[in-house]
Design a protein around this ligand. Structure first.
Ligand SMILES: [Zn+2]
Ligand SMILES: [Zn+2]
Length: 85
């Protein structure tokens, strides 16, 4: 079990380096991803989600964008960065 699993949580396989991101999390489940026969490790960073206020489109930036000026546009408007709880 993982304590801090939520929307945007990223996990990595220490053996092959595969990375996964939780895109929808309903809570309550016991999600235990394994890869290469080992338990995947939690990564410190989280995926960053953006939402379009007009059409409700949602995207997730998987890589760390803290140093880049990423400004996705949808429906002619800048998408809103969603705070991951
Ligand atoms: Zn693996
Ligand atoms: Zn849109």
């Amino acid at each position: 079990m993982y304590d801090s699993l939520e929307h945007g949580t990223m996990l990595r396989c220490p053996v092959c380096g595969a990375e996964i991101t939780v895109l929808a999390w309903r809570g309550g489940g016991s999600f235990q991803p394994r890869c290469c026969n080992v338990k995947m490790e939690l990564l410190p960073q989280k995926a960053i989600f953006f939402k379009c206020e007009i059409c409700k489109a949602e995207i997730a930036a998987i890589n760390d964008l803290s140093r880049s000026d990423f400004t996705p546009i949808c429906c002619n408007r800048q998408m809103i960065k969603k705070a991951v709880s």
